[in-house]
Write a protein that binds this ligand. Sequence first.
Ligand SMILES: [Zn+2]
Length: 73
Amino acid sequence: MSQEPAPSIAAAVRGELLPPEAQPGCSDCQRFRTLERIVLANDDESFAVDVRILWREHLAELHGLAPSVSPAA
Ligand SMILES: [Zn+2]
């Protein structure tokens, strides 16, 4: 049996998590949102996934928000 990553990480890799939300008044969140829009505008989905993973880590560490898995997953 191979070890599976944590469910939230596996879901994030598969892009099944809900999009992160920028927290009001947080300049880092604004930067993540701007970066995500630029990346998506360039159709770079794999980079967009990386941005969301980093953004969710920021949300968890600085805002205490745990990643939420999509109910449809
Ligand atoms: Zn933030």
